[in-house]
Design a protein around this ligand. Structure first.
Ligand code: NAD
Length: 438
């Protein structure tokens, strides 16, 4: 099957390169000329572990091509993945502008039967509406061309995207059409997907599975954040609580790490969009509507904890280690670090920051923030009144707090990811504050 992927961002590029690496012919298309020209010239547009060699290998073998010409991409493919962004709007709903634009472009150049697979996260009912939308355009131009729409949500995580795509926990295929189900299953019969459970269901159910999964994970993080706050009040250790909870197979160990609140390109916007869908349907879901409130409250508590550690924050120097919303990505969408930096600047704090990958994104997207970006973590700690571990990058484990003690102004560490053993930091003369433990 020849594949075209419309939207060559995180999900589109990973989808394209992994399918190409499995032997399919793939054209990745994107409106962004700069992005496509970088890819055509062998440059990798964003950091993701193991992505670069995979792209180079499949691009040079001709299995993976890049274009800004959607028409050429669609005309030469039997299967079209839509992987454009669906960011959140002010009212919480998902912005479907890009999905509709991609649908309009496909409708304008469709030249024979196509299997159109929507991988973008879209609210329940969208895939059916896209089908009618494309149908109308085709009919209005007097053509008679068949196509099918399938909902096939993606669950990969940035930082582990390639292995997540190749070895997913499940594959969800939503369609009401046997031919489309069979064709989509054919793609997922590749050896990489062997032994992966396939959920074949309706379009609406597939769309809901994605939102329900993300909102559940967001709720799980918010839950452990609240338990951590309680642990701080009553003297319990959330690390041990979470470990023991996680050993219960009904609960599971993942997503039980407390921190400054969840972030990223998906959980916040998808939770808001699910709530908006519920409200539009006249339903007020109490748990879902409290997830974002709890998350904001966690961020506020985090900032207060940082401020409490220095007294008057005006003219104090705060070192923020980690800007991406999680390690192994340069993505800063809704990152807690941005909120923390904005709040500390608003009370007169001075910010020095370091991140192994995300500093260029911060400079580009938040040029108004008066942050002193440093070349390494040690430099960022010079003259600091409070070191904030905001993202658990592996390389921060190598920090030598004995050396750091000599270069800071005040020895204070706020470990928002519980990366370090409190004893190790305290033994080096620092005041240490973690999350949910003494
Ligand atoms: P992204 O912003 O990284 O990439 C989207 C790309 O689509 C951009 O490069 C943009 O230029 C392109 N685009 C927009 N309109 C276009 C058009 N009409 N034609 C061609 N290209 C167009 O987005 P992403 O993070 O890859 O997310 C894509 C979708 O997948 C979203 O719905 C998201 O919720 C979902 N998703 C994301 C992740 C993740 O970790 N990033 C994981 C699972 C699902």
């Amino acid at each position: 099957m020849s594949i075209c992927v419309i939207g060559t961002g995180y999900v589109g590029l990973i989808t394209g390169v992994c399918l190409a690496d499995s032997g399919m012919n793939v054209i990745c298309a994107d409106k962004n000329e700069d992005l496509i020209s970088k890819l055509q010239n062998g440059e990798i547009p964003f950091y993701e572990p193991d992505l670069e060699p995979l792209i180079k290998k499949n691009h040079s073998s001709g299995k993976l091509r890049f274009t800004t010409d959607i028409t050429v991409a669609v005309e030469n493919s039997s299967c079209v993945f839509i992987t454009v962004g669906t960011p959140g709007l002010e009212d919480g709903s998902a912005d479907l502008t890009y999905v509709y634009r991609a649908a309009r472009e496909i409708a304008g150049c469709i030249n024979g039967y196509k299997l159109i697979i929507i991988k973008s996260t879209v609210p329940v009912g969208t895939c059916k509406r896209i089908k009618s939308y494309i149908d109308d355009i085709i009919k209005k131009t007097g053509r008679n061309i068949e196509f099918d729409i399938v909902s096939n949500p993606e669950f990969l995580r940035e930082g582990t995207a390639i292995s997540d795509f190749n070895f997913p926990d499940r594959i969800v295929i939503g369609t009401d059409n046997e031919k489309a189900a069979a064709l989509t299953s054919e793609i997922y019969e590749l050896p990489i997907f062997e032994n992966t459970p396939v959920i074949l269901t309706t379009v609406e159910t597939a769309e809901m599975i994605k939102y329900a999964s993300n909102a559940f994970l967001a709720a799980k993080i918010s839950f452990i954040n609240e338990i951590a706050n309680l642990c701080e009040l009553c003297g319990a250790d959330v690390g041990v609580v979470a470990k023991a909870m996680g050993l219960d197979k009904r609960i599971g160990e993942k997503f039980l790490n407390p921190g400054p609140g969840f972030a990223g390109s998906c959980f916040p916007k998808d939770t808001r969009a699910l709530l908006k869908t519920a409200n539009d349907l006249g339903y007020d879901p109490e748990i879902i509507s409290s997830i974002m409130k709890s998350n904001l409250s966690q961020r506020k508590k985090t900032v207060q904890k940082i401020i409490n550690s220095v007294g008057d924050p005006a003219d104090k120097t705060f070192t923020v280690l980690g800007l991406s919303f999680k390690p192994e990505t340069e993505d800063i969408r809704e990152s807690a670090s941005i909120y923390i930096i904005e709040e500390l600047l608003s009370v007169g704090g001075i910010i020095r920051a370091y991140d192994p990958k995300a500093m260029n994104n911060m400079k580009k997207l938040y040029p108004e923030l008066a942050v002193d970006y440093c070349g390494d973590a040690l430099t960022a700690c010079e003259g600091s009144d409070c070191i904030i571990i905001a993202t658990e990058w592996e390389q921060f484990f190598d920090l030598d707090f004995k050396i750091i003690k000599d270069i800071v102004n005040k020895p204070v560490v706020i470990d928002l990811r519980n990366m370090f053993e409190p004893g190790y930091i305290k033994d080096n003369g620092f005041m240490y504050t973690g999350v949910g433990k003494q």
